[in-house]
Design a protein around this ligand. Structure first.
Ligand code: MG
Length: 452
């Protein structure tokens, strides 16, 4: 039995790997495992969204669940509303930041967090064994709609920030909604907070005519130009389902995800004595420095936002974050939330009266080096044992691959989830040292391949 779920739900190319048949069977399995109560559903702007959403609804109804359709919304918007509606879970039709030809399904538990691997396995078992609950003919329920979800979600975010301070700062913000559901929330939210908002790529269009939906520097040149051309104070860009936010400063410089994460972490963690920050082993020294400075402790996890969310909830920790700019703020909800992140960064600028570039300049600078090492498929799993033996006694974290920690940097060696290779990341204050560390990691992986 193969895995259906990847790091964040089920993904595939529309009408290729991901067909109506797959989505229907998957939804029958989801209803079987999460039901038989009510399930809330939503979708992003992707092509085939209505087709898949209707398959989701049919599958859920066939198992005796009732369905609440909240309309198109960001994934964190659905996640926020699920526990407030008191439903048993949620299903989101989205492929997040993947290219336009992809769609997918994210499954959300009654607590609003994407379900754990254990629950995913239950759904996979029902799917592959075709063990579905089939409702009696007179037990099939109906679909209702909930039109106020985005209103509730926006109000909740506003309640987490100082609206007066933001309004007085009179900031001009360009919001790049990636032609998807972030456009339904962030322009409205920031306008109501008193910002002067200009929207970019705001029409919902599954062809993503504005840009690729992944908010990484190479896709944000349009936003960068718009910020400079309009003398805006900053730019905010979302991914396809708006659980992430990326930022552009007033000079048009695109921030790396770990920089916005560090800016938020610095403020949130220093407000609490002995706060806990939850972050995957892929996060770097910048966030370690910030945590140390704030007197917070770091709880490392395996890579994956669902793992971070569940750990945050279990520990009652103050903040979570990922180096890709995903930020989890539990007083709002313990999941990545792009609109919440945008409001937090703007609140920090307003409170401190600093530009985004000034906030970035206050951060320590690190350099990184990334290398891929091809590994024969049959050795992809076994070399971990060799690497653990070879690095025994060194300062290391072994939650997910091997992360070696040195006084002046670190090396992370991890297998790729999808390809026959291992990835080696290294970071240090100088580029030369980062490259030296990276070369050392590559050497370790090559030796492990020979020895295994
Ligand atoms: Mg996403």
């Amino acid at each position: 039995m193969s895995d259906l779920f990847g790091t964040n739900g089920v993904r595939g190319r529309i009408n290729q790997e991901l067909t109506v048949d797959v989505v229907l069977r998957l939804s029958r399995a989801i209803g079987t495992v999460l039901g038989p109560g009510a399930i809330a559903v939503s979708r992003d702007s992707r092509e085939g969204g209505e087709m898949f959403l209707n398959a989701v609804i049919s599958g859920l109804l066939s198992t005796g669940c009732s369905v609440v359709d909240i309309g198109p919304a960001p994934t964190p918007g659905l996640q926020f509303i699920v526990p407030r509606l008191g439903v048993d879970g949620g299903v989101m039709v989205t492929a997040s930041h993947n290219p336009p030809e992809f769609s997918g399904i994210k499954v959300i538990g009654a607590d609003g967090i994407e379900i754990s691997r254990v629950k995913e396995e239950e759904i996979e078992a029902a799917y592959f064994n075709e063990e579905f609950t089939v409702a009696e003919w007179n037990q099939i329920k109906s679909v209702s709609t909930e039109d106020d979800s985005i209103r509730h979600y926006v109000d909740a975010i506003k309640s987490q920030v100082n609206a007066d301070v933001i309004e007085k700062a009179n900031l001009k913000v360009i919001v790049d909604g990636a032609n998807s559901v972030g456009s339904l929330v962030t322009p409205l939210l920031l306008r109501e907070l008193g910002c002067h908002v200009v929207s970019l790529n705001a029409q919902l269009d599954g062809n993503f005519p504005g840009r690729d939906p992944e908010p990484i520097p190479k896709n944000l040149s349009g936003l960068s130009h718009a910020v400079k051309a309009t003398n805006a104070d900053l730019g905010v860009a979302h991914d396809g389902d708006a659980d992430r936010a990326a930022f552009v400063d007033e000079n048009g410089t695109i921030l790396w995800g770990d920089q916005s994460f560090a800016i938020v972490a610095n403020r949130v963690l220093s407000k609490h004595d002995g706060a806990t920050l939850v972050t995957p082993v892929s996060s770097g020294r910048l966030i370690e420095d910030i945590a140390k400075e704030a007197g917070a402790q770091i709880e490392w996890t395996r890579v994956g936002s669902i793992i971070v969310s569940h750990r945050l909830k279990d520990l009652g920790a103050e903040l979570g974050g990922e180096e890709n700019g995903g930020i989890f703020y539990p007083p709002h909800q313990p999941v990545r939330d792009g609109a919440m992140t945008a409001a937090q960064v703007i609140e920090i600028m307003a409170t401190e009266g600093k530009s985004l570039s000034q906030l970035v300049d206050e951060l320590p600078t690190y350099h990184s080096s990334k290398t891929k090492v091809p590994v024969p498929e049959e050795k992809k799993d076994s070399i971990l044992g060799e690497l653990l033996e070879m690095t025994e006694g060194m300062s290391r974290i072994t939650l997910d691959g091997v992360k070696l920690q040195f006084e002046d940097g670190w090396i992370l060696m991890r297998p790729s989830g999808t390809e026959p290779l291992w990835r080696c990341f290294a970071e240090s204050k100088s580029l030369a040292r980062a490259e030296e560390l990276s070369a050392r990691g590559v050497e370790l992986i090559r030796t492990a391949i020979e020895q295994s």
